[in-house]
Design a protein around this ligand. Structure first.
Ligand SMILES: Cc1cc2nc3c(=O)[nH]c(=O)nc-3n(C[C@H](O)[C@H](O)[C@H](O)COP(=O)(O)OP(=O)(O)OC[C@H]3O[C@@H](n4cnc5c(N)ncnc54)[C@H](O)[C@@H]3O)c2cc1C
Length: 410
């Protein structure tokens, strides 16, 4: 039987796992690093299927982990992308209130943004129209975030993988169904190879709670998957917003509402979405192949209880966002931002992602912030939701720092 050993074993080669490897190398903490992914190639899940928006840090409560890492992470990832000449659209972002009663939320966002170190400006209706002539604000005000940008997520993942491999990180893709022996700090791979490690980082995204349980950690958490479908403006649509256009979000719900996002490509395609509809499998992007009936039934029970108790404003999510996969409702949501949108202007995009949302069975609440748990010689990243892509380099530093006493013993 083949056996190998490494100082650091990273499970999951999405943006979080890759960024941890990158920061461990950059900071000179470890160089004998192996990354294992169950898929034959990287980027098949959230890190290759997201909107690519480098968020500027407006939404997050100033004492949250998200706030701590978003602005710094966005700055670092943006300059990494620019240095490599990868696609980047420095298009900024506008947030508009679709209803007058939401206007006061602009002040909350501006305040949070400034506290988090983001640049924000208020626009009046005329200034808004100079940037997106067709856009509407119900109150006559909008918020402008000049530093929001859009990248092409899959090109970031591929380039990072390539550079890490060139710097000696061992990449082992296609390794599903490993056996874990946490007390021996060892994994047995499907081909029988025994892989010993000093410290393990679990960065398995949509599967992270299940993997954590194998290491005896995080038993009160379960992940609820929500499907994010995208539509896009047809090429012959008479208007094509040049900037991100978002509604004022309901800050008690984890999703930002359907928005317009120009891609980072040379000829940007404007997408509309993503939706956030309950998914019937964690990786059930299309069709029925990856449906998980047991998990779906359990999650429907959880969501029904959330609805009845209206925890975290959950009823509002159901009424305003849960059914946006239905085209008439999606068009109505899009028209709140750009009233001229008509059914003939949009088409379904090929792009679809699944948004993981961690649910705490003990508190019966959705977790709103990143969550990182310590296990035996291991660290488990359980709620790497948006803006984890944006923040990835800075988030990786935070995760590494949490594990540092143990890493020093390697
Ligand atoms: C629709 C959508 C839109 C989003 N938009 C944005 C945005 O605009 N900006 C932003 O900052 N964030 C956005 N996000 C969030 C962002 O995509 C995620 O926060 C980020 O990609 C999470 O990265 P990750 O590495 O944790 O997970 P992933 O990218 O899912 O990577 C996890 C990896 O682990 C592997 N894996 C799983 N199980 C195992 C196992 N048992 N063994 C080995 N490997 C395993 C998977 O194959 C995968 O490669 C969006 C997310 C979605 C779904």
């Amino acid at each position: 039987m083949d056996s190998h050993s490494c100082d650091i074993l990273i499970l999951g080669g999405g943006m979080v796992g890759l960024s941890i490897a990158h920061q461990l190398l950059e900071r000179g903490i470890a160089s004998n690093i192996t990354i294992i992914d169950k898929e034959p190639r990287l980027g098949l899940h959230s890190s290759g299927r997201n909107s690519g928006v480098l968020h500027a840090g407006l939404y997050y409560k100033p004492d949250s982990l998200k706030a701590k890492v978003c602005v710094e992470g966005a700055r670092r990832l943006r300059s990494w992308v620019e240095d490599r000449d990868l696609p980047l659209n420095p298009c900024g972002k506008i947030i508009v209130p679709p209803r007058t009663e939401l206007d006061a939320q602009l002040d909350v966002l501006a305040e949070r943004g400034r506290a988090n170190g983001a640049e924000v400006e208020f626009l009046d209706a005329d200034q808004l129209r100079t940037i997106v002539p067709e856009a509407r604000t119900a109150s006559g005000r909008a918020l402008w975030s000049p530093n929001t940008a859009v990248v092409k997520p899959i090109s970031v993942v591929r380039r990072l993988r390539q550079e890490l491999a060139a710097r000696g990180v061992k990449m082992r893709e296609g390794q599903h169904d490993f056996k874990a022996r946490p007390t021996h700090q060892q994994l047995v791979l499907p081909d029988g190879t025994e892989l010993s490690y000093g410290h393990l980082f679990n960065c398995t995204g949509l599967q992270a709670d299940r993997v954590a349980r194998v290491f005896g950690t995080g038993s009160q958490y379960t992940l609820l998957p929500f499907k994010g479908l995208y539509w896009q403006l047809r090429a012959n649509c008479p208007f094509q917003p040049r900037t991100n256009l978002y509604p004022v979000p309901d800050l008690s719900v984890p999703f930002l509402g359907v928005h317009f996002t120009p891609s980072a490509d040379a000829t940007p395609v404007v997408s509309i979405g993503p939706t956030a509809t309950l998914a019937f499998g964690r990786e059930n992007y299309r069709g029925l192949k990856a449906v998980e009936p047991g998990m779906a039934a359990a999650n429907i029970g959880v969501l029904a209880r959330q609805y009845l108790t209206n925890r975290g404003g959950f009823r509002r999510y159901v009424h305003e966002q849960a059914f946006l996969a239905l085209p008439p409702l999606l068009i109505r949501a899009a028209q709140e931002l750009i009233p001229a949108v008509k059914p003939e202007h949009i088409e379904l995009s090929q792009k679809v992602g699944i948004r993981s949302q961690l649910f705490n069975r003990k508190t019966e609440q959705m977790e709103d912030d990143f969550l990182c748990l310590a296990g035996p010689c291991s660290t488990h990243v359980l709620n790497a939701i948006s803006p984890a892509f944006t923040a990835s380099f800075a988030l990786a530093d935070l995760i590494i720092d949490q594990a540092v006493p143990e890493l020093n013993l390697l």
